[in-house]
Design a binder for this molecule. Structure first.
Ligand code: ATP
Ligand code: MG
Length: 574
């Protein structure tokens, strides 16, 4: 098949890939291999949502194709209808798009090639390289041997070509029950590579497929479909993760036996992140056990979860670029991902004020019915983002923990005898508290302001040590805010068996706060918009639960940057 050209591949965040895969491809191009053509693909199985590990593979495949003016296709490896579905296929398309990559016309599915794959199977039977086996699944496993012991030939291994063709056609014609027969490659039951011990090529599944319906009741195994799909599409560089290194001899065997073109397979190390699991099976288990609300729960490392949480595609692409591509498995620190995200959000999103746990403050010397519009800067990192007006009045909210009646040393926020700045507004000084007569809890603070500190600076030059965020009570907007922490309490949750995941969950991974008070400019934020709430972190309007009547914000990430601190400490040491 003639490869199509993809004119609209978006360049990745960094101008070009610089890694060992790129070196191999560049040499192939120089040597005129594949006529100098470069074609890659990202081949997910639509059995779950993509996660940040997939993002690494997406950036690599699309990035290489873009660097060499080649093609990168999106191919769904939809060979197991029992576990796959169109809602996953849709989610994959949306996620790759959102990450910023465009496959043009090059969208394919393994199911597009079911007829070709069937013909390939017939070809292998005719050349005596495949046979129908009628052992049970259990026996096939037992006959396979172990890493230490060779396998044994199936008693059905020497069926005649005619009998094999007949049985395989009848398998296809829905004559047999699931599990009664499989088609196997006739390779070597004593091979030291287990993948070569007569692997199964086709099995019977009486399951309807989300694209081909009931047309087929036999489905190719991933290992039989994968290399042939690459070959049909004209893929030149089949980039995959290290665990496929041992499958390469099998892929080569099939392609040689069929006499078709080979792509060059290049394996790289998959992404592992601490405090995170990156396996669809484990992510699905978290959903099935009700530990998270779904694939797009903002605590999930899925692209849909991270999008809902407020991550930007730019930050994910930059992260994939920074971690690089290597041959050896390593674990990346989640703090690096969050650091890159903060850097991007810091430059690009608007700031606002919002009080998560409010306490009322009455400025007793401020006129009852006066409202001032205070000038506030939208992003100190970018003057072009301009300013906005924030109303100031006699009754305000500040953060409950910005006040202490009996403060320890070095508590510079509001306390008896202390003066603080209200951001962009005035200096205020504490005068007294009003308590709930029954509980004794502090319900309201009484303060005075200094009219000579408008804008937050004193005309006599005196200084204060703390600046607090605030909102005007009468103008404030109510919201629900969801704070997140790591989903797992341990550094390496992938080391724990999937049945035990609940024992290592972080019980504080979500905290929901109702009755937060936000400045009025946030009344009409739209779903998915991002902002910084001063001193509280970066937030994103929840795309599922937020509405005009009931605003819901997810905290994307705090302002605390542990990665930057680690880097600084390291620099000071050296
Ligand atoms: P999982 O183990 O999460 O189920 P998978 O490898 O089974 O992942 P596929 O849908 O088959 O999922 O993956 C599509 C592509 O993404 C493959 O080429 C695979 O190598 C790559 N990939 C999957 N996980 C990672 C990861 N953590 N880092 C880099 N690439 C990955
Ligand atoms: Mg897989």
């Amino acid at each position: 098949m003639e490869p199509k050209t993809n004119s609209s591949v978006i360049k990745p965040y960094k101008e070009s890939q610089n890694n060992f895969v790129s070196l191999i491809v560049s040499k192939d191009v120089k040597d005129g291999k594949f006529n100098g053509r470069v074609q890659t693909r990202f081949p997910p199985e639509p059995n779950g949502h993509l996660h940040i590990g997939h993002a690494k593979s997406i950036c690599l495949n699309f990035g290489i194709a873009a660097d060499y003016e080649g093609v990168c296709s999106l191919r769904l490896d939809d060979t197991n209808p029992a576990k796959e579905g169109s809602e996953f296929a849709q989610a994959i398309i949306e996620d790759v798009n959102w990450l910023g990559f465009d496959w043009g016309n090059n969208f394919h599915c393994a199911s597009d090639y079911f007829s070709e794959l069937y013909q390939f199977a017939i070809q292998l039977i005719h050349s005596g390289k495949a046979y129908v086996d009628s052992l049970s699944a259990e026996d096939i496993r037992a006959y396979r041997g172990t890493l230490k012991e060779p396998g044994r030939d199936s008693p059905y291994r020497d069926r005649s070509i005619e009998e094999n063709i007949d049985l395989f056609e009848r398998m296809r014609n829905k004559e047999f029950k699931e599990g009664s027969h499989v088609l196997r490659a006739k390779i070597d039951m004593s091979s030291s590579n287990m993948n070569l011990r007569d692997p199964v090529m086709y099995r019977i599944l009486h399951v309807s497929h989300h694209r081909t319906g009931n047309e087929w009741c036999i489905y190719p195994m991933y290992d039989f479909a994968h290399g042939q799909c690459d070959s049909i599409e004209g893929v030149t560089h089949s980039i995959c993760t290290l665990e496929f290194e041992n499958n390469r001899p099998l892929y080569d065997w099939f392609l040689d036996a069929l006499g078709v073109d080979h792509p060059r397979q290049i394996e790289f190390a998959r992404l592992n992140l601490n405090y995170t699991v990156l396996s669809k099976r484990r992510l699905a288990a978290l959903i099935d056990c009700g530990h998270v609300s779904g694939w797009d729960d903002p605590r999930m490392p899925t692209i849909s979860g991270m999008r809902r949480r407020g991550y930007t595609p730019e930050a994910l692409r930059e992260f994939c670029d920074r971690i690089g591509v290597a041959k050896r498995n390593t674990t990346v620190d989640l703090a690096l991902l969050e650091h890159i995200l903060r850097q991007h959000l810091n430059r690009t999103v608007q700031r606002a004020m919002g009080v998560l746990r409010p306490i009322r403050v009455v400025i007793v010397n401020y006129p009852e019915d006066q409202v001032e519009q205070i000038n506030a800067i939208n992003n100190p990192e970018d003057a072009a983002m301009g300013t906005r007006k924030v109303p100031f009045s006699r009754v305000l909210y500040i953060e409950r923990d910005d006040f202490l009646e009996n403060p320890p040393k070095k508590f510079y926020r509001l306390a008896p005898g202390q003066e603080v700045r209200l951001r962009y507004a005035y200096f205020i000084r504490y005068e007294s508290v009003i308590r709930n007569p029954e509980t004794g809890e502090v319900e309201e603070l009484r303060c005075t302001y200094d009219p000579d500190t408008r804008g937050g600076f004193a005309s006599d030059g005196r200084k204060v040590k703390a600046t607090l965020h605030w909102v005007s009570a009468a103008h404030s907007v109510d919201a629900e805010v969801r704070l997140y922490d790591r989903l797992f309490a341990i550094n390496d949750p992938a080391s724990v068996p999937v049945e035990d995941l609940d024992s290592i969950l972080n019980p504080a991974s979500i905290e929901i706060i109702h009755g937060c008070k936000l400045e009025p400019s946030l009344a009409d934020v739209t779903s998915g918009s991002r902002l910084q709430l001063e001193r509280q972190g970066y937030f994103c309007v929840d795309s599922v639960d937020s509405s005009v009547e009931h605003l819901v914000f997810n905290r994307t990430v705090t302002l605390r940057d542990t990665w930057a601190r680690i880097q600084k400490a390291n620099n000071n040491k050296s």
